[in-house]
Design a protein around this ligand. Structure first.
Ligand code: C5P
Length: 250
């Protein structure tokens, strides 16, 4: 009985770990690799953002892929359709597993990106990266939206952008965990919802204002949790992740 229980717990832990994407918000390759070596397993998904990518260039992706982990390239493309589609083609060739674009770039930009990624992956004979849309940045509030000339209620605007993305063929969105429930209800079970702004109870909030715990975020409908500082700034990142997984599976 003990053995079966242990197996069950181990499986639950692996399922929880598969939902976590650790943000490698550092600016040195060596630091990024050290974190991956420390955290994998149980973690298998890492976010390479503007800072690491700008500091180290695309070779950081190749090197991380060589360690056998999945990569979410978080560069939030936003430009004219042709430019974003061309950059997305390059991303597809790197073999990243997920990347993102701003949905406010419009239908044409989203469709051109989806098409370019599909074609490139088919040509290369490799799986295509998942395309995730940024709806409204969580740093935006109602006043800023109004200033940008958008006369809509923020949560409704987020959901309508998510629906536009879904119609144009993207795989999911980045959203605050507080918006996850509404998006899940409108966009269906298969749509990915990647949520930053996740904080375990024991950790500092840093500059994240509207936060949920990992367990609450999953309950609200998140498919993936992006977690940075509570893990990477912890004196013992490997203990921080174990505590998060324990909290998620208890
Ligand atoms: O350290 P922390 O857990 O706050 O990291 C969250 C990560 O998610 C950071 O890389 C941050 O840039 C990113 N992010 C966010 N809020 C968004 C979009 C992305 O915190 N709305």
């Amino acid at each position: 009985v003990g053995g079966v229980l242990k197996e069950h717990e181990e499986r639950k832990k692996q399922e929880a770990a598969a939902k976590i994407i650790v943000a490698l918000d550092v600016d040195k390759e060596a630091e990024a690799y050290a974190l991956v070596k420390l955290l994998s397993p149980p973690v298998n998904y890492y976010k390479v953002g503007m800072k690491l990518f700008t500091a180290c260039g695309p070779r950081v992706i190749t090197a991380l892929k060589d360690l056998g982990v999945k990569i979410f390239l978080d560069l939030k493309f936003h430009d004219i359709p042709h430019t974003v589609a061309s950059a997305a083609e390059v991303v597809a060739r790197y073999g990243v597993d997920m990347f993102n674009i701003h949905l406010s770039g419009g239908r044409e930009m989203i469709r051109a990106t989806v098409e370019a990624v599909r074609e490139t992956a088919a040509k290369q004979g490799m799986p295509r990266p998942l395309i995730i849309g940024v709806t409204v940045l969580t740093s935006f509030d109602a006043r800023m939206l109004k200033e940008a000339g958008i006369e809509r209620n923020l949560p409704q605007y987020v959901v309508s952008l998510a629906l536009t993305g879904l119609e144009c063929g993207i795989d999911g969105v980045v959203a605050s965990p507080l918006e996850a429930e509404a998006i899940r209800a409108k966009c269906g079970e298969d749509f990915l919802i990647v949520t930053p702004g996740v904080r375990p109870l024991w950790s500092a909030r840093d500059d994240q204002q509207r936060v949920l715990t990992p367990r609450q975020a999953i309950k609200a409908g998140a498919s993936h949790l992006v977690i940075g500082r509570p893990i990477i700034k912890n004196p013992s990142p490997e203990i921080a992740i174990e505590k998060i997984l324990a909290e998620m599976t208890k």
